[in-house]
Design a protein around this ligand. Sequence first.
Ligand SMILES: [Zn+2]
Length: 462
Amino acid sequence: MVRMMRKKGVEQHPNFRAMKHVPFEQFIQLVAHAGCVIGNSSCGVREAGAFGTPVINLGSRQTGRETGENVLHVRDADTHNKIYHALELQFGKRYPCSKIYGDGNAVPRILKFLRSIKLDEPLQKTFCFPPVKEAFSQDIDHILETQSALAVDLGGTNLRVAIVSMRGKIMKKYCKPNPKTYESRIQLILSMCEDALQDAVRLNCRILGVGVSTGGRVNPQEGVILHSTKLIQEWSSVDLRTPLSDTLHLPVWLDNDGNCAALAERKFGHGQGVENFVAIITGTGIGGGIVHHHELVHGSTFCAGELGHIMVSLDGPECTCGSRGCVEAYASGVALQREAKRLHDEDLLSLEGVELKKVEAVSAVHLISAARQGNTNAQAVLKTASTALGVAVVNILHMMNPSLVILSGVLASYYQSPIQDIISQRALVSSQSIKVVTSDLEEPALLGAASMVLDYSTRRTY
Ligand SMILES: [Zn+2]
């Protein structure tokens, strides 16, 4: 700091006083009475929390750490204006001191860590120190540990857990069949997370929290699954945050799979830096998420972004939600499978070189290959499905007017071009330029679940 002041010629300025090695008592007095503490990383952050003194953190070392409500993180403080604005927001404020630092779980977390140490194993990690040129200081934490999240994905078939690094790399993945009952499902989530936490230590990953993606409607503020999809039984009115955070001693975030897909695009995919976009995930069902002004739209009863239940016909086929004519009932994997089975039963789904004996094995994949081989029945089914999805997208464009639509899931690449065609045929002229792209992300649900932890574990970001 002194070196920088000298460089800028302000070392002798009357408003500045450069000091080195302030005695601790004096430092505490300064922090306790300051109108605001401004600095990088650990500069008084912890001490200020104890006194409720506001802090403006300009560095990146605290990113992802638990800090109190008193800390305003100013990332990329590259302009004077940004720092002036932060000062306007913070200067002279006082924050409550009680439980201001961390989430109150530090002691159980330390105890848990101590218990996890196996005394017969030598406490050694192998570190690779990257060469750093002309750096005044090195951030030991960043070198020693990768800030990471535990991501959980609860689908109709599988229960998956992954360790995801800050940059979106999946360090390790675990997959088991999703149990049919509440009790065994919770037990399995906990045991898979505990295994992953053990592995995280070996992988040098510091787990900041747990992010959960699940089917159904979710209240992310309370951490409660309100109504599940039919694919996951005993999963309505379930408080998932409490058992997870009580056992794992980590903060827990959750949201539904469609919203998680949108969050994944916002952090790691085509949605990076895009102010308004919509993500649509086409898999077994159809889900989605709406990002408006860089934030997810949840709606008044957490039902926004239920894009699979946009109705594209007044009657139409029955949907899993109990209604009719929803786009999910036309274009989802389940809907295509239903149509494929129907064609198969009527002996209309013949495939060159493929013997389809068991009707259970018939799926959307067979429908698509039959259509590619020129089967007109399969082509007609797929045309209806893609028209339905295209019409749903046009409805979304007219309602939200995003600048980008991102398709993900197994059927995304198939649907992209027909959707673009329907837009050019049916959308209002001013929304026809909107781009439809397919996602590059392999695991949108897991990455989205992880992004909640990676983005929100630092509580306040400027
Ligand atoms: Zn529906």
